[in-house]
Design a protein around this ligand. Structure first.
Ligand code: 3PG
Length: 305
């Protein structure tokens, strides 16, 4: 079988080596399409692929139409909002993700961004500390749990809300479980977003929630830009000159946010999962899932069942 790794943002070379080993050891062929700049390159490359490994690469109905041989697509990562699941199902393509494999990398970046933000973007001006601050984690999945683990080392007071995770699971992790998103934002000095982009969450973080934060509130986004109501957040930050927004995903209205000098920071390119370890974990998991699917029909981690 031909396995295509199509990554506009490539894996670390060491991860590609690992993926290649898994694929070739099982008797399959690996083809690489990295740093592609045009959709047509992806459309050409998928034409004879039996399996596809992607990251945030968009797998649309058009891509699936072009992928005549495709049987399985694995998103090496957590969020699969970049894959048209209905079209994949219609094309009889199994879609999987690799949950948890890159979550520590994303969680560590939360603290990198936080320290950078509260230390005044390393200008040398007096900043603040994380010790004793109330951190709100929205939601308590793989990344959220890693954020909680690391926050303990900083001596933070940790809160979480997750619509799908029982409160006792949150409490058992040494985290205060609150009753709603609204409570989380009202209670905490800092809120870190770990929700997927779904019909329910898109544009859900706006003036009501962020505007309810205490003076000096900080919003950290290593999740998806789509969950932010950008218009509302821009208007709010213009009014509330105490708020700080740190994001790993450049907003659509980047220039408007950049005007909030000293209160806004976006990484130049989404980099939460961009570590060798995360690339190895997620990439090799994806390769193993493909090998397992072709060998035994294993559909664990399928997301379009
Ligand atoms: C994910 O959903 O796994 C993360 O957002 C990482 O995405 P990336 O593979 O594009 O870095």
């Amino acid at each position: 079988m031909k396995v295509l790794v199509a990554t506009e943002k490539p894996f670390a070379a060491v991860a590609v080596d690992g993926i290649r080993k898994e694929i070739e050891a099982a008797g399959h062929e690996l083809v690489l399409l990295e740093k592609y700049t045009d959709k047509s390159q992806l459309l050409d490359a998928v034409a004879d692929a039996d399996a596809l490994i992607i990251r945030s690469d968009k797998v649309t109905a058009e891509v699936l139409d072009a992928a005549k041989q495709l049987k399985i697509c694995v998103r090496a990562g957590a969020g699969y909002d970049n894959v048209d699941l209905d079209a994949a199902t219609a094309h009889k393509v199994v879609v999987m993700n690799t949950p948890g494999q890159n979550s520590n990398a994303v969680a560590e970046l939360v603290f990198g961004m936080l320290v950078y933000g509260i230390r005044k973007f390393f200008t040398g001006a007096a900043g603040t500390e994380l010790l004793g601050k109330k951190l709100g984690i929205l939601a308590f999945g793989n990344v959220g749990r890693n954020v909680a683990r690391i926050a303990k080392g900083f001596g933070m007071d940790i809160y979480a809300y997750d619509a799908f995770c029982p409160k006792d699971v949150i409490e058992a992790a040494g985290v205060h479980a609150v009753d709603s998103q609204a409570d989380l934002f009202k209670t905490c000095d800092i809120v870190s977003l770990h929700i997927p982009a779904t019909a329910e969450t898109k544009k859900s973080i706006g003036k009501d929630l962020v505007g309810s934060m205490k003076k000096g509130g900080i919003l950290v986004n290593t999740a998806r830009k789509e969950v932010i109501n950008e218009e509302e957040l821009i208007a709010l930050m213009a009014e509330r000159t105490d708020l700080l927004y740190l994001t790993d995903i450049a907003p659509d209205a980047l220039d408007a946010f950049k005007a909030f000098e000293g209160r806004f920071f976006a990484t130049p390119k989404k980099m939460g999962a961009q570590t060798a370890e995360a690339n190895i974990n997620a990439g090799i998991a994806a390769a193993k899932q493909i090998v397992g699917y072709f060998k035994d029909g294993c559909t664990k981690f399928q997301v379009n069942k």
